[in-house]
Design a protein around this ligand. Structure first.
Ligand SMILES: [Zn+2]
Length: 87
């Protein structure tokens, strides 16, 4: 019984993907110190359809850059480069 259970767990483990994709910070990778609020094309990558800022968990941005990114998005909204909401 125990052996069967053990085999079962091994099979489950084999079915799971062995290599997990590691998300890295886009800004750290490209050595970008500041996040430009005028670069709308880049900011669009970090907001969703409803113009909400995506969480770090989704994008893989580091905490330091996430704070810079959120203020850049908010600045771009005030400058009317990005909408506050969709429609
Ligand atoms: Zn970073």
């Amino acid at each position: 019984m125990r052996e069967a259970q053990l085999l079962f767990t091994i099979c489950i483990m084999e079915n799971t993907p062995a290599i997990k994709k590691v998300k890295t910070c886009h800004f750290c990778e490209n050595n970008l110190r500041e996040v430009d609020y005028k670069n709308v094309g880049l900011l669009n990558r970090f907001i969703n359809f409803h113009r909400q800022i995506l969480p770090r968990k989704r994008t893989g941005v580091c905490s330091w850059h996430q704070r810079k990114l959120s203020s850049a998005v908010k600045r771009a909204r005030i400058m009317a480069l990005i909408g506050f909401t969709h429609k």
